[in-house]
Design a binder for this molecule. Sequence first.
Ligand code: IFM
Length: 466
Amino acid sequence: MSRSAFPELPPGFRFGAATAAYQIEGAHDEDGRGPSIWDTYSHTPGRTLGGATGDTACDHYHRYPEDVALLRELGVEGYRFSISWPRLLPDGTGAVNPKGLDFYDRLIDELLAAGIAPAVTLYHWDLPQALEERGGWRVRETAEAFADYAALAAERYGDRVERWITLNEPFCSAFVGYAEGRHAPGAREGRGALAAAHHLLVAHGLAVRELRAAGAREVGITLNLDRLHAASDRSEDLAALRRAEVLHNEVWTEPLFAGRYPEHEAETWEGLADGPWRRPGDLQLIGAPMDFVGINFYRPITVEAVPHREDDPEPRTAMDIGVAEPNPYGTRLTTMGWPVVPSALTGLLRGLHSRYPQLPPVWITENGSAEADTVAPDGRVHDEERIDYLAGHLAAVVDAIAAGVDVRGYYVWSLLDNFEWARGYEQRFGLVRVDYDTLTRIPKDSYHWYRGLITAHRARTEEPAR
Ligand code: IFM
């Protein structure tokens, strides 16, 4: 067991764990669920490592009582999971699937019975395929369909859900999905990606309106903002850094927290940004106040200029910004190849806090590491690296709070090893190991460490009973 000291978070700070529907549920064609873009993408040869799909994943759809028992034993106060849009609405709009609705009723009730507060993400990348065929996030109708789906979910589960997250990491949905093509739907279009980014923000705004109308308790969004550095002080790399700041961060933070589009967007996209997808009133819609912002953080990114490809039909896209290799930070890499630099989380949070006076309270909605876990002869998983990673990043949160950032809680990514998108099942992020042959769950040492941290936090911060 690791000796990593427990970081001391303030009284009232909350601990949780996170997952996402397509990454764990499986049961992809069961009980009326429709296909999502990730079903299509993962079933397309060559798209995912080893042809991995989410067809079975962790079989959470059938094993959720066991997984909730693991959460209860872990001692977390909250569980962040996502609803599969095509499980509720197989075609994205129209006919509702009652068995899909029932599944999340059962999950939520199981959580509440275990004393765990549900935090629901409405969109963690699994767009109904039927909507992609009608244009996907390139078209505004998808944002309108999302609002209807949000209203349906809020109406059904709003009495029991503590926290609603409209979108998870819209950067990935828009730019990794529609510009780089490394995620579903696998498109490579600069223009389509910019329209998608805007429609995702509109979808968020419309969903906030629906959630508020249904009396939702707390409403926010989850962003994967990045702490960025230039690979050198060459003017090309500094310009690449400027573009990356727009693309990774300001596309989202400026409309959400400052009521404006990014100042440097025109030079970033050479005139493409301000497309016909923008309508009067959109900024007001997108910028409606939220109760919190979720931040997913894993690693800092170094950018360097990559020459524009002559054969690229679009002027400038995410594909023009390269990530410098190897690790310029001189620190350990996780198996994702990501450098471990906890201070970058403090820097990111402090930067947001000083730039945006309107920033709502922050929740870290994902943080964790993929490691080369193995089962030791004693039957356990001794994942010291993950424990060090978590301890370091929680200490970074302590530093951010000390510097004045209002951080309320932390959801570790992830409860379970799961389907890591295009990288299949090789990357293991879980506190709990999943054997993909037997679907057996084995709590790792990091699980026991996190439980110890939560217990120590409670003992240190809670008022003794009189
Ligand atoms: O697994 C993903 C998750 O779905 C979104 N945030 C990053 C994680 C690790 O890559």
